[in-house]
Design a protein around this ligand. Sequence first.
Ligand SMILES: NC(=O)c1ccc[n+]([C@@H]2O[C@H](COP(=O)([O-])OP(=O)(O)OC[C@H]3O[C@@H](n4cnc5c(N)ncnc54)[C@H](OP(=O)(O)O)[C@@H]3O)[C@@H](O)[C@H]2O)c1
Length: 191
Amino acid sequence: MVKPRRIEGYAIVSEDGMIADAHGVMPKSLEFEADKRFFERRLDAIDVVFHGRHSHEHQPNSDWRMRVVLTRRIVDIAADPSAENVFFWNPTGASLEDVLKTLGKPDAALGIIGGTEVFGLFLGHYSAFYLSRAPNLRLPGGRPVFPEVPAKTPEDVLKSHGLIAAAPHALDADKGLNVVGWHQPSEPKRF
Ligand SMILES: NC(=O)c1ccc[n+]([C@@H]2O[C@H](COP(=O)([O-])OP(=O)(O)OC[C@H]3O[C@@H](n4cnc5c(N)ncnc54)[C@H](OP(=O)(O)O)[C@@H]3O)[C@@H](O)[C@H]2O)c1
């Protein structure tokens, strides 16, 4: 059976667990150089990035990366006619295994970069989820990291799917910016 080698998720959230504001826009107040460097380093070790149609990592290596964009505008899987390393995927019409077979990467390491529904789709399958938290920022009515937020905290959601938190890792101590790696119990708790 085709099975990805690893599935990692990454998000930076406000104190109330939002990845974007009430207009669906990620505000500058959620952007930090140290978090961008961390995100870039992690994605450089990933084989395929998965995201929804409104998300993108915007990094120097983005054009080289194999990418799967989730959309309901197609039935199952389709190659992007304008970029040879990009595929569109509708999970209702094709399984993750089908996508990885189509990509010719059956045991790839996957990086899940959002938004809300896409982060939610992989819950229960993450090897690790890296949650950065912007201090002193709230985005009421914003776009949550998981569909269950804000009824639950992001941490409660990760815990309820069997992940265990490592100690917070300071990305920028002066700004009070931390990332917490949430891991499967069998995984080493590292960054
Ligand atoms: N802070 C962070 O870490 C972070 C992370 C990611 C994104 N963001 C920000 O969040 C905002 C976007 O969030 P979002 O949740 O609206 O965007 P998104 O997931 O990037 O895009 C939503 C679109 O993706 C497709 N999609 C999502 N789930 C799907 C599913 N299960 N099956 C099929 N298609 C699916 C749909 O496209 P169709 O309409 O084509 O069907 C949907 O309209 C942006 O501002 C982005 O910058 C922030």
